[in-house]
Design a protein around this ligand. Structure first.
Ligand SMILES: *[C@@H]1O[C@H](CO)[C@@H](O)[C@H](O)[C@H]1NC(C)=O
Ligand SMILES: *[C@@H]1O[C@H](CO)[C@@H](O)[C@H](O)[C@H]1NC(C)=O
Ligand SMILES: *[C@@H]1O[C@H](CO)[C@@H](O)[C@H](O)[C@H]1NC(C)=O
Ligand SMILES: *[C@@H]1O[C@H](CO)[C@@H](O)[C@H](O)[C@H]1NC(C)=O
Ligand SMILES: *[C@@H]1O[C@H](CO)[C@@H](O)[C@H](O)[C@H]1NC(C)=O
Ligand SMILES: *[C@@H]1O[C@H](CO)[C@@H](O)[C@H](O)[C@H]1NC(C)=O
Ligand SMILES: *[C@@H]1O[C@H](CO)[C@@H](O)[C@H](O)[C@H]1NC(C)=O
Ligand SMILES: *[C@@H]1O[C@H](CO)[C@@H](O)[C@H](O)[C@H]1NC(C)=O
Length: 450
């Protein structure tokens, strides 16, 4: 009789474990759903099946005859076992889709599975619960990552103590102590109002980790809830704008010689915009560069500024750029939820410096040489040149100079000399070269030229 009862018990306890080996839609361990709780404090876990995996909610599932069961695998254990909901003082209780720990202990750490089933349908998912101890001399544990809350600069804001609803009856007023970075300071310009901390005015130095410890009594026992929010002070909504581009701009020179490295930098200021991504990218001939190619290397750096604004710099580099690559259209673009901006870097090919200088030097040298040559030639052959000029172009300064004669000839009066002057000299000078001779006898008349 007793043995039979024991066997029956065993069956009841092992049956769910056995049936899990039957077909059941297993969603595995959802590590994104990690829940963290402090040792000695109340904690709750809610079955994620109803929120993320199935269409129906708990009440519709329940009324459709489906039952929800909880299993867990303790830390460092292999065996999945049912969660014991019959502990003394009801330390762990099941309420609809929620499992409550009052309080949680370190040994509760493990993977918890909730399974929803009837005879023909089964679906299950697991997720981790981590119970942590507070760090020594601290009001929190570094292992618990706080939620980030963004408060706009210069505004009046209310910071609520998160995730406390449902832990105590609504008619219970808990006592709440606020800490900034675990120091219970005299909050200047910030008023603790129960579960809210009101920032009369948000200032940049009010950034930090705010912890609220909520203490309440339930069934004669005192419980604490410790919650932390990481406050980030961000630019106010009125300062939210589309991104603005510092470079490329019209003032920067984008000249590169073929064979050089071409480095283009795109610098964008992105003001803080709530719930907005900031994207900065390059396009080459209208094609967006998603990642590095074998020729083009993209590097991005982000400089975070006060108030959540960012300066994003995206550089595009081509080692040993070719003439063809210098002819392409390099355009940088930036976008947030409020708008988009784009600008082309007017890339040009630079004419090589060495070639330019030698060309200039050669030109100058040649000109100088020519000038020197001409001067020498003129000095040596000037007479010939003048005569040559006269011979070929006839007219010269001797006609227009206003004088009657160009040459005065005086000679001894003998027949020999007279013949030379009147025939030979006169023939050559007057007839061939066009000079006018003043010959003593022929041209000297009384009262004439002197
Ligand atoms: C569950 O879903 C039904 C319909 O889908 C809806 O009427 C009901 O209010 C939901 N219950 C809860 C607790 O959300
Ligand atoms: C926690 O588990 C360890 C070993 O798994 C056991 O020795 C210890 O007694 C447990 N503590 C509590 C409070 O159950
Ligand atoms: C929970 O499951 C994940 C994935 O299987 C595993 O990596 C992790 O160690 C488990 N955690 C515990 C506490 O057993
Ligand atoms: C089991 O649940 C599924 C899903 O809600 C339902 O379609 C099916 O009819 C149920 N089976 C029984 C035997 O109740
Ligand atoms: C706390 O703030 C919430 C809204 O954030 C408000 O509904 C609630 O009344 C506030 N409580 C107190 C005590 O001021
Ligand atoms: C807030 O706490 C988190 C985790 O403990 C830490 O990484 C972060 O630096 C803290 N922030 C400030 C402003 O102290
Ligand atoms: C609640 O927190 C306070 C302050 O941190 C501490 O002094 C007290 O011992 C805690 N009580 C419980 C029951 O953990
Ligand atoms: C360069 O590309 C951008 C983006 O694709 C385009 O808007 C722009 O008109 C192009 N410029 C020229 C000169 O083709």
């Amino acid at each position: 009789m007793k043995l039979g009862f024991l066997l029956c018990c065993l069956c009841v306890f092992t049956a769910p474990t056995c049936s899990t080996s039957e077909r059941c839609d297993d969603w595995g361990v959802d590590t994104m759903k990690l829940i963290q709780a402090y040792e000695g404090e109340p904690a709750r876990i809610r079955c994620p099946l109803f929120q993320d995996f199935l269409k129906h909610n708990y009440s519709t599932a329940h009324s459709a005859g489906l039952t929800l069961m909880w299993y867990w695998t303790g830390q460092g254990k292999d065996l999945e076992e049912p969660v014991n909901i019959r502990l003394p003082n009801n330390r762990i209780i099941k309420d609809k889709d929620t499992l409550w720990f009052r309080p949680a202990i370190i040994n509760d750490t493990g993977n918890y599975t909730c399974m929803l089933r009837n005879t023909t349908f089964c679906s299950r998912v697991a997720f981790p619960l981590e119970v942590v101890r507070k760090d020594a001399d601290s009001c929190v544990s570094q292992a618990v990552k706080p939620e980030v809350v963004e408060l706009p600069l210069e505004h009046t804001e209310r910071l609520p103590c998160p995730d406390t609803d449902g832990f105590f009856p609504v008619n219970v007023t808990p006592s709440v102590t606020w800490y900034k970075d675990c120091i219970s300071e005299n909050f200047y310009e910030r008023l603790p109002q129960g579960l809210n901390l009101t920032f009369i005015v948000v200032r940049s130095n009010y950034q930090g980790n705010y912890t609220c410890i909520v203490t309440y009594e339930d069934s004669g026992k005192i419980y604490n809830l410790t919650r932390t929010s990481e406050v980030k002070v961000v630019g106010p909504p009125e300062d939210e704008k589309p991104p603005s581009m510092t470079t490329p701009n019209a003032k920067t020179l984008y000249e590169f010689a073929a064979g050089e490295e071409m480095l283009l930098s795109c610098e964008v200021f992105c003001p803080f915009v709530r719930n907005s991504r900031n994207d900065v990218w390059w396009t080459v001939d209208g094609k967006k560069l998603e990642e590095n190619t074998e020729r083009i290397i993209i590097t991005e750096s982000v400089n975070e500024q006060l108030g959540g604004a960012k300066t994003i710099k995206v550089s595009l580099s081509i080692k040993q750029v070719t003439v063809e690559e210098l002819k392409r259209n390099y355009t940088c673009a930036a976008r947030n939820s409020l708008g988009e901006v784009s600008r082309q870097a007017p890339v040009k090919e630079k004419v090589g410096t060495p070639r330019y200088i030698t060309e200039l030097a050669c030109g100058l040298g040649a000109t100088l040489f020519l000038v020197v040559c001409l001067i020498i030639v003129y000095h040596v052959y000037w007479l010939e040149m003048v005569l040559f000029y006269r011979a070929h172009f006839g007219t010269d300064e001797t006609i227009g100079d206003g004088k009657e004669y160009d040459v005065y000839v005086s000679y001894a009066r003998n027949a020999e000399e007279e013949e030379f002057v009147l025939v030979t000299l006169r023939g050559v000078l007057e007839n061939e070269f066009g000079y006018k001779l003043c010959i003593f006898d022929r041209d000297s008349l009384p009262g004439g030229s002197k």
